[in-house]
Design a protein around this ligand. Sequence first.
Ligand code: E4P
Length: 214
Amino acid sequence: MEIFLDTANLYDISHYRDFICGVTTNPTIMAAYAADDHKNIIGQICDMVIGHVSVEVISENFNDMVREGQEMAAWNNKICIKLPCTFDGLKACRHLSANGIATNMTLCFSSAQALLAARCGAAYVSPFIGRLDDDGCDGLSLLEEISDIYDIGGYETKLLAASVRNVNHFIQSAMLGADAITIPPSILKQCFEHHLTEKGIKIFSEDFRKSIKG
Ligand code: E4P
């Protein structure tokens, strides 16, 4: 499962770069970390990772989405254009994908949207697990359903678990066949932690020190 970091924080990207293949952003993330100089920040992020960097359009109609997507894709060849799973977004996905631009279909909340994204040639589709959970639904069930649909249909679109809120989402996404996940730095940090690991290190270290003294 490919791991992306869901942030534009350069310190976090640098800190975790050995464990991630790329980065995903969205307009909220860009507003929080990149001030106005989006192109510059995205360029720096591209230099730090080996894989895709997803950057989202803010336009809502087909023509503007395509124009914005083409403009941003020209910044760097690692850029993957994020488009919302709307009628216009899916049309733009089809157009950009057919013209060699990688796309990540975002704000996906149903299998129908994911199926259409695959039919439109999306490189990635991003179901928002956490936001579905917040809405009283089961985000992981949606992930499982899309995984099955893509397996049955033999689609090449990669299933990217997004809106990840906890370590269980991380593990279950892998169990359910997600090809990729995007995870906030705070949750990735938790994936390294286990109290028995800390306890074990302490015991080993104490035992070793005792043996030297003895
Ligand atoms: C995914 O591509 C989005 O950037 C992100 O996962 C959204 O997560 P949130 O629901 O925590 O904002």
